[in-house]
Design a protein around this ligand. Structure first.
Ligand SMILES: Cc1cc2nc3c(=O)[nH]c(=O)nc-3n(C[C@H](O)[C@H](O)[C@H](O)COP(=O)(O)OP(=O)(O)OC[C@H]3O[C@@H](n4cnc5c(N)ncnc54)[C@H](O)[C@@H]3O)c2cc1C
Length: 429
């Protein structure tokens, strides 16, 4: 069996993998990028709408345009790409500081040996089984991302009259895409009392096309013998589904946009501990997982709304990985348990990434709110002490928030867990 050796292997060649691999290589370490698909770009390749890159490049790009910018940066750094190659397993060898990866491709089974691994395997869509929609099992039920791939890459139309279940960004973008292709979009149905997608997508993909959004509605049945004939929905009032007020919507196609799940089977099998809230690896302030030498970034770590944030996070993971390799080269281990202070989600916060903060460096925390607040206050506390507070104009569950904690804030903190919480900013005034 053929075996090659690199300083870092990056698994997944989407936005996260490309940005991470380029960063490691630009620091003088050998890196290779591996993807089961033949092309670089990951999910970006099927996102032909614009709206990518406003933060990173200051322009509105399509997914493939954003991808080709990252690809150019990657090529300049001279990172080799192993396409159509699936990583089957990651075996850590703790004593030697070497990982052994098993790969499968048209060339057969191969091994890669490396000193560090960056996980960038992205996510997969939740499907009908995951959300347990009762009813018949006809043809015509797709996940929104699959329908997007069928239309934008394979050139097929999924149907003529569609209903979208779930108001996640992919579903909203597909509502517009279907409408522009002549498919009648009857409605978008959302279980929660608020949309799961970005506000800009509600405006640009639904309101601009007159597509109704039913909030606080359950999808109670899919109907159809061979092909979908319709769905039944019912309002939710005071926490109960009002089956007595069920109504039918005729359609031949149902698209499910009910969330993404980080793709972590490989990580779990390698012994990487996962966060039960995000389903992504638990990481410290360096974005290093619980297995020393394995880093994570992008949708495999937690689900992002903006690719700009994915690329930025991946550069931080790549840079930490390069620090780790530098430390090993100079005889420092770099990989012992870090002196980080644990960080947990407090009031109104669903999760934080990372799960710990370095007392000696500035820190970036990405987090999601559980509530919608205008003029909120983000607070970092330890015991009774408020270590840091920042006011933000608003928070929404659908939009990831970022908090930059200046260097020095944690220098005087103890070793106890810090909590990140959201307070109503109005109440604090
Ligand atoms: C439909 C959709 C619309 C979006 N719209 C916008 C938008 O308008 N604006 C915006 O800023 N952001 C948008 N986003 C968000 C953003 O594009 C994504 O968050 C980002 O591209 C994810 O990048 P990633 O590298 O983490 O994952 P991915 O792009 O999913 O890449 C993961 C890669 O890992 C590979 N892989 C997985 N497992 C293995 C394995 N075992 N071996 C080898 N390879 C493996 C996969 O083949 C894949 O190529 C959208 C996302 C989606 C899904």
């Amino acid at each position: 069996m053929k075996t090659q050796q690199f300083d870092a292997v990056v698994i997944g060649a989407g936005a996260a993998g490309m940005a991470a691999a380029r960063t490691v290589a630009s620091r003088g370490h050998s890196a290779v990028l591996v993807d089961r698909e033949g092309d670089l770009g990951g999910i970006l390749l099927q996102c032909i709408h614009n709206g990518f890159g406003l933060h990173r490049y200051g322009e509105e790009l399509t997914g493939p345009e954003f991808s080709s910018r990252l690809e150019r940066e990657l090529r300049q750094a001279g990172v080799p790409f192993m396409g159509e190659t699936t990583v089957l397993s990651i075996e850590p060898n703790p004593g030697e500081g070497i990982f052994s990866l098993l790969l499968s491709s048209g060339r057969g089974i191969e091994r890669l040996r490396c000193r560090s691994v960056i996980l960038a395997m992205g996510s997969r869509e939740r499907n009908r089984g995951n959300v347990r929609i009762p009813g018949d099992r006809p043809a015509g039920v797709f996940t929104a991302g699959l329908a997007q791939r069928l239309m934008n890459i394979e050139g097929y139309l999924p149907g003529k009259r569609a209903v979208i279940v779930g108001s996640g960004d992919i579903g909203l973008i597909m509502a517009r895409r279907l409408t522009l292709s002549g498919i009648e979009v009857q409605a978008v149905i959302e279980l929660m009392s608020y949309p799961s997608g970005l506000a800009r997508n509600i405006t640009q993909c639904l309101e601009d096309f007159g597509i109704p959004l039913y909030l606080s509605h359950a999808t109670t049945r899919i109907v159809g013998r061979n092909r979908v004939e319709g769905i039944e929905i019912a309002p939710i009032e005071e926490g109960s589904v009002r089956y007595d007020r069920c109504r039918s919507i005729p359609c031949d196609t149902v698209l499910l946009s009910v969330g993404l799940v980080p793709e972590n089977e490989l990580s779990s099998r390698a012994g990487v501990p996962l966060n039960p809230v995000t389903n992504g690896p638990l990481v410290d302030s360096r974005l290093m997982t619980g297995v020393p030498g394995i880093f994570a970034c992008g949708n495999v770590l937690h689900i992002h709304d903006l690719v700009d944030r994915v690329a930025e996070e991946a550069e931080r993971a790549g840079s930490s990985c390069a620090d780790w390799l530098d430390a090993a080269d100079s005889g420092r281990t770099g990989g012992e348990a870090s002196a980080d202070i644990p960080l947990s989600a407090g009031k109104n916060v669903r999760y934080t990434v990372p799960s710990s903060l370095s007392p000696s460096r500035e820190g970036t925390v990405l987090f999601r709110s559980m509530v919608s607040l205008d003029r909120a206050a983000v607070t970092l506390t330890q015991g009774d002490r408020v270590l840091y507070t920042k006011r933000v104009p608003w928070v929404r569950p659908a939009e990831m928030q970022r908090l930059d904690i200046p260097a020095g804030i944690l220098e005087s903190a103890g070793s106890g867990t810090c909590f990140l919480a959201l307070e109503d900013g109005e109440a604090k005034r």
